[in-house]
Design a protein around this ligand. Sequence first.
Ligand code: NAP
Ligand code: MG
Length: 507
Amino acid sequence: MSREITKSPKGIAAASAGASQAPALDFGRAWDYAPALEGVSHIKLQPRYGLFIGGAFRAPRSDKYFATVNPSNEQVLSEVAEANAADVDDAVRAARLAYEKYWSKMRGAERAKYLFRIARALQEKARDFAIVETMDGGKPIKESRDFDVPMAAAHFFYHAGWADKLDYAFQGRRARPLGVAGQIIPWNFPLLMAAWKIAPALACGNTVVLKPAETTPLTALLLAQLIEEAELPPGVVNIITGAGETGAALVNHADVNKIAFTGSTEVGKRIQASLAGTGKRLTLELGGKAANVVFADAPMDQAVEGIINGIYFNQGHVCCAGSRLLVEESAHDTLVRRLRDRIATMRVGDPLDKNTDVGAINSKMQLDRIRELVDAGEREGATRYSAPCALPSKGYWFAPTFFTGVAQSSRIAREEIFGPVLSVLTFRTPDEALEKANNTMYGLSAGVWTDKGAKIFWMAERLKAGVVWGNTFNKFDPSSPFGGYKESGFGREGGRQGLAAYVELDG
Ligand code: NAP
Ligand code: MG
């Protein structure tokens, strides 16, 4: 039987067997996957969650609760407690007591056992955590399943390994814990950010009070349940839900020794100002506007995938997203054409479908912000291209989009959009690429794509960014420190450098 290569309407080449005998295949439809929904019937969320303080859940003193919704369909998933200042005070007291009574006295090897226990329990319950992360935050199940949850477990495993080796981490200096750490996290990687915060703090002998974001509290509460089951001494980890005021009460509590904050630059600045002169330790992981620099000699297929991953991963809700594409002028047209073809194939829709590439925007507020900046991009004269996909009628959605003809001065080149929106700019020489890449108030991450290793090293030395990826993007490992320069914050999370944020060094 003869085989012929047929071009599909989308320009995808495919082999069709004996066209005269078999009905012609519609490659447009053949390219679509059947829905593959993750089963959720076994997920039993409580209608209401209290605060996890002193090793048990309890009602908030405020008597107030707020709803957390699924952003892909606007359905209320559960109600969670809104901690007020008195609740924050209870949580800090519980953490202080646990620090003095148990945790600061425990040998590192014993602390490690608890961290290993949490890590293993997370692996055992990985599927449930992934599903709830996707329901509460809107990210595709393949990301929560393959990235967020395994990385969260990896952070507990990694830091468990350090707990009894702190004497070797700082070249002969003795490391002492700080005391009570107040930790505040955003909504883009709810479980993973909780792991980034809790694991190093506990490994170093501190106790914690953690506040998840208002729109994504559920996996932190599931983590609290898991911590209860792991029988950590009561009060070592306290998880309190609430809004910005709850976070501010934690920041300003007199008996907290350290604040670790991940979130917007605006709130980070406010926190830094309110802590000035208090002697409390502070680390800030803030916003970003990363340059992804593509030279004409780059491996283009890989670069396209890296750009896609860099900006459309997690709907662009990524502080280190490669949101500014700097492409060498001679490669611009080819690259833009390929990007356009590639984003047309991305699947936007139900985050619980295993085929979905781009899920829901986390909240109405975030969607409004993305729209506002995209409108500004159009008004400022850039050319917009959005993938031609049908968006669900319920929930918060934004099609993968990029802008060409973007001026450096325009808002979409300067401000963090925190959505699936890429701004494309051009350069002619490595110096110009560098100058444009560094022309931002942020400095969290950057990417360089080229065939020449020397060019990657030349750029990496000069880019003012905490992380520089060479011929790849958005790769993480618990042993690799992550953090920013300039208005992206200070301090590192992960690696030996990340431990330093949770210890006092003698000698
Ligand atoms: P956000 O408004 O700064 O909120 C972050 C966290 O701080 C949330 O838990 C929030 O509570 C809380 N908060 C709000 N106001 C506060 C205050 N006055 N004092 C103490 N805590 C307060 O940021 P977001 O909109 O949730 O997150 C998006 C931003 O985070 C982006 O700018 C992104 O770049 C940044 N981010 C950075 C990193 C990094 O590693 N550098 C990682 C992820 C995200 P509510 O949720 O209740 O408002
Ligand atoms: Mg939610």
